[in-house]
Design a protein around this ligand. Structure first.
Ligand code: GLC
Length: 743
């Protein structure tokens, strides 16, 4: 019998080998195993709404689930750049989980959007690790504030759906650390998720589920994670291997098959029972913690949560373009303007992606009904069929409606079948019939506002120069239709910013030549240069840059300042709302290290803050930048290093709209790479004490060391190889040089 002060160790001490093994895999698709003193707990998806299945269970969102609030998926929340808002959404999700008796919510998903084609990009936050880490941590804090655990996923480098159970993400060490693991590290350190979900794929040849470097050395030993590592559903390849690697819980349950393997391995001496004890202790601690925190009598107000979903959606809408037409921007809609709404997506909204994240919403707002409620009668023409079958009559009716109106609101987007968990996209194009409709509508009336509904980026280069206004609505959750209407009529001033770049064409994108890989391998050939890092390094034009988003008001930026101390940087800037509407601006801080000794992106986001201002209001915004966010991963030292020297700090409204730059000099870390036999003459010469020993031991050193051309020509020679050239360096000499370098 457990009491509140029963410890997991106490409980495990009383368990048999079989009972400990039973804990290590699920009892069912969604439940963990119960053993004496250890209650079963219920887990379920996630991430942007509860998907609790009562009947036939599946991990792909095929079976029915209980109604729950479908909040904006991560693709939208990522565009909010608002950690406080994301945390509030997390708290609402936690309350709904409590009310349904769910103890762990399977999310957030924070994988980096490496390729624009990834079918699950709708479920992830950004192409940038800082945005993913800050907003991922906010979500975890929010959910866990309600006494419900989270499962940070998918750990790690799960950046495509193609061949996801087998493909090896072949990633160099620096991009792995600086891009693909970095957001996970931030969330683990900042928000302590109760669980981390390992991914299906391999990383540099080894499955995440059996990867001791990933699951133990990095996650636990380096980052201090002390929770439970759970497999993605069906991700375990070898249960004993995965136990040794640090995977505690295999899901779903498999009727005791894995348990028996663990018991047999312990009995055979191929698995140390201590490993199983450690797993059991973590699993018992999770079960006790979850049970202690369970509040099954929790209730929540469905309308209040729906209103929060609407607020979050509106804050995530990105106003990409709002060019004046006849001298006046088309948005916000002029009160009394005659408006034609065109596009089936206005009436039948697509508000979430397909797969395990699919939620049964408590209600759905469509934009058409919401616009009518806000502005009175608006014309409507579906314009196209959601199945993509061309329909000339629909186009004709739509062009007639467009011709008769002052402004056309044209809803375009990706059909559900083009992006989902389980497969990737083949291109970035909007459906051909929708593009044909766009042409016809523009012909009839050039005053067009395009509203997009898509989980992944679509190509806009053929559209942006013909349409005055474009609103990127992503997938906005069940209240998205009302949120879009709020933005279109001006009830809400848009404040979303792009958390991923919209390139001119797919071929310009970083992963274009290395996706989705072949024969079980996908090479991350772009290295560090993911997202805006790539387009900036290649100096490529883009349709809309990372961090971009417009407002219905204007802001003045002034007095940007930067100070530094041993915690990092403090950036301040004064913003003034110089327009006539309240609005929010997102101040982005990018750091650049000119002349860096290592390869780096031209600039990297190191901090951001969102500020809401009334018309005429001024406020000084402070954006703290953590020292570690200025660091690069030094593969020689296998640790983070802040390079000494000058940094340019860009205070910006987007990655391509820098409002002020301030330079600051940082002392940084002393970088002392230990010398060894493979150190080159050039590396030795940089170290005076070692250079002196080299000069003394190497007969012709005087000539070499004082002749820059000779030194450059021979500088790449490892000192341990000089003996091969009868240059008179013995092993003892090499040792003496190395020892001198260590002084
Ligand atoms: C799925 C997904 C994962 C989800 C799990 C349970 O395959 O990859 O995100 O949480 O299985 O449905």
């Amino acid at each position: 019998m457990t009491t509140p002060d029963t410890t997991a160790d106490d409980v495990v001490a009383g368990l048999t080998l079989e009972q400990k093994a039973a804990l290590a895999s699920g009892a069912t698709v969604w439940r963990t195993e119960a053993v004496p003193g250890v209650p079963s707990i219920l887990v379920t998806d996630g991430p942007h709404g509860l998907r609790l299945q009562q009947g036939a269970a599946d991990h792909l969102g095929l079976g029915a689930s209980q109604p729950a609030t479908c909040f904006p998926p991560a693709v939208a929340l990522g565009s909010s750049f608002d950690p406080d808002l994301v945390e509030r959404v997390g708290a609402a999700l936690g309350a709904e989980a409590q009310s349904l008796g769910v103890q762990v919510l399977l999310g957030p998903g924070i994988n980096i959007k490496r390729s624009l084609l990834c079918g699950r990009n709708f479920e992830y936050l950004s192409e940038d690790p800082l945005v993913s880490g800050v907003l991922g941590a906010a979500m975890v804090r929010g959910v866990q504030s309600q006494g419900v655990g989270t499962s940070l996923k998918h750990f790690a480098a799960n950046n495509q759906e193609a061949d996801r159970f087998r493909v090896s993400a072949d990633v160099d060490e620096r991009p792995l650390r600086e891009i693909y693991l970095r957001a996970f590290e931030r969330v683990v350190r900042d928000a302590a998720p109760w669980t981390v979900m390992c991914s299906y794929n391999r990383i540099n040849g080894l499955h995440a589920s059996r990867n001791p470097w990933l699951l133990s050395e990095v996650l636990r030993d380096e980052w201090g994670f002390d929770g439970v590592v759970v497999s993605d559903w069906g991700a375990v390849v070898d249960r004993v291997d995965s136990a040794v690697a640090g995977l505690d819980l295999e899901m779903p349950g498999n009727q005791g098959r894995s348990d028996a393997e663990l018991v047999a391995a312990v009995r055979a001496g191929t698995l140390d029972e201590g490993v199983l004890d450690l797993m059991a202790t973590r699993l018992v601690a999770l079960a006790l913690r979850a049970t202690e925190a369970a509040r099954p009598d929790t209730t929540y107000d469905v309308d209040v949560h729906h209103a929060l979903a609407r607020e979050a959606a509106a804050a995530s809408v990105v106003l990409l373009q709002n060019a004046p037409y006849d001298g006046t921007p088309l948005l916000p809609l002029r009160p009394g303007a005659s408006v034609a709404v065109v596009g089936e997506l206005a009436r039948t909204p697509r508000f979430q992606g397909a797969g395990s994240s699919q939620v049964e919403p408590t209600r759905v707002d469509d934009a058409l009904t919401s616009l009518r409620a806000a502005t009175g009668e608006v014309g409507f023409a579906p314009g196209y069929r959601l199945d993509g079958e061309p329909d000339a009559d629909l186009v004709t009716a739509a062009t007639e409606a467009a011709a008769a109106a002052e402004v056309v609101i044209l809803f375009l987007g990706l059909p559900a079948g083009q992006e989902s968990e389980g497969f990737d996209r083949d291109h970035l194009e909007l459906p051909a019939d929708q593009l044909a409709l766009l042409d016809a509508v523009l012909e009839a009336n050039p005053r067009v506002v395009v509203v997009l509904s898509n989980g992944g980026v679509v190509r806009l280069s053929g559209l942006a120069d013909r349409v005055p206004a474009i609103v990127e609505g992503w997938l906005l959750g069940q209240a998205g239709g009302a949120a879009v209407a709020d933005v279109l009529v001006g009830a809400i001033n848009p404040s979303g910013r792009l958390a991923e770049t919209i390139p001119v064409r797919l071929l310009d994108s970083p992963a274009a030549l290395d996706f989705p890989g072949e024969h079980g391998h996908v090479r991350y050939g772009e290295g560090l240069h993911v997202g805006y890092r790539w387009y900036d390094a290649r100096e490529l034009d883009v349709s809309f840059p990372f961090g971009h988003g417009l407002s219905y008001t204007t802001f003045d930026w002034a007095d940007a300042k930067v100070s530094s101390d041993d915690t990092g940087l403090t950036v301040t800037v004064t913003l003034t709302n110089t327009g006539t509407r309240a609005g929010a601006e997102v101040v982005q801080v990018y750091a650049a290290r000119p002349g860096s000794a290592v390869v780096r992106a031209p600039r990297e986001l190191v901090g951001f803050g969102k500020v809401h201002l009334e018309p005429g209001e001024s406020r000084e915004l402070t954006v703290p930048v953590r020292r570690e966010d200025l660091a690069y991963w030094d593969v020689r030292l296998t640790r983070w290093v802040v390079e000494p020297g000058p940094y340019d700090v860009h205070v910006a409204a987007s990655s391509r709209n820098v409002r002020a730059t301030v330079s600051v000099d940082l002392a940084g870390d002393e970088i002392v790479v230990p010398l060894h036999a493979q150190s080159t003459i050039a590396e030795v010469v940089e170290r005076p004490a070692a250079a002196a020993v080299l000069a003394e031991r190497l007969g012709f050193a005087d000539g070499l060391l004082s002749d820059p051309v000779a030194l450059r020509a021979m500088g790449t020679l490892p000192i341990g190889r000089l003996g091969a050239f009868s240059l008179g360096l013995t092993a003892a000499d090499v040792d003496a040089i190395v020892a001198a370098g260590a002084q």
